[in-house]
Design a protein around this ligand. Structure first.
Ligand code: PAF
Length: 282
């Protein structure tokens, strides 16, 4: 596997692969990899000839009081895992390669970035959209694979691809969970044992909500949100938001239907913030 640090070298490699009509997939990551990321690489392997994994902890998607400075750096471990999954290239740019001095352009996907995680993280999705646009330009993939755990991010990237006329297919790969249901996340490493127990409330709220959704024909979103609040609060978590929204548009549903997704963000203890989501009737 080639480890590439410069954009120029990355363009050139991708262009060489394109000349022989090879299908290229990109799997963007910020490192600190877990089984969820590895599943994205496996998805990419199934649909492409060449895989590029990017590893870049993107400073502009972190808010001021967030964990950019403490975000785990595990390059040796991560690159070993990426290579073992059969990636052909690892794009690992230094920050100055991505954000040159006096960088001043940003990509914003307006309305979709405002609700849900965008309420407490107002600049987050602008940072994601900007770096993903750059990664698309540098790697020129035919396909890009993102995890469904970052549900709002996935919908925003799909919109960005349409709006900016990229010829890239976006694949959303299923959430990978621990045995007890906790969605895999790089931030799970911050949980102590009490926090780990409490963190299960996200999955418990999802399971309870799915059960009610299947058992009743007419069910208001409000009932699901109340149930979620109750489960999270009883477990000792702080509910940041719980919404029932359309799986394609993120528009809130008043009543649960076949396209409704429950998405939630919960603060565990003082500093760990976890998200999860699921379709309610599936
Ligand atoms: O999902 C992530 O890990 C990041 O938001 C991404 C897509 C790699 C952009 O930095």
């Amino acid at each position: 596997m080639k480890v590439i640090r410069s954009s120029r070298e990355m363009y050139e490699l991708s262009a060489r692969w394109k000349k022989t009509a090879q299908v290229i997939s990109l799997v963007p990551t910020m490192g600190c990899l877990h089984e969820g990321h590895l599943s994205l690489i496996r998805h990419a392997r199934e649909v492409s000839d060449k895989i590029i994994v990017s590893l870049f902890v993107n400073p502009i998607q972190f808010g001021q009081n967030e964990d950019f400075d403490s975000y785990p750096d595990q390059f040796e471990r991560d690159s070993g895992l990426i290579e073992a999954e059969g990636s052909d290239a690892l794009f690992y740019p230094p920050p100055e390669e991505m954000y040159t001095e006096n960088f001043q352009t940003s990509v914003k996907v307006k309305t979709l970035s405002q609700g849900m995680c965008g309420i407490d993280r107002p600049d987050h999705f602008g940072g994601v959209a900007t770096v993903v646009t750059k990664l698309f330009n540098i790697t020129s993939p035919d396909i890009a694979v993102f995890g469904k755990k970052d549900f709002q991010q996935l919908i925003i990237i799909k919109r960005l691809v349409k709006d900016l006329s990229y010829n890239i297919e976006i694949i959303g790969a299923p959430i990978v969970r621990e045995k007890d249901g906790l969605a895999m996340s790089s931030r799970n490493v911050y949980l102590d044992s009490a926090g780990r127990k409490c963190a299960l409330c996200l999955y418990q709220a999802i399971q309870a909500s799915k059960k009610i959704s299947h058992s009743r024909d007419e069910l208001s979103a409000e009932q699901i949100i109340e149930e979620t609040k109750k489960i999270v609060t009883q477990a000792g978590g702080q509910l940041e938001y719980a919404v029932v929204v359309n799986e394609f548009t993120l528009v809130p549903d008043n009543f649960v239907n076949n396209n409704s997704v429950l998405a939630l963000a919960v603060k565990i203890g003082d500093s760990v913030r976890l998200i999860d989501n699921s379709k309610l009737r599936s």
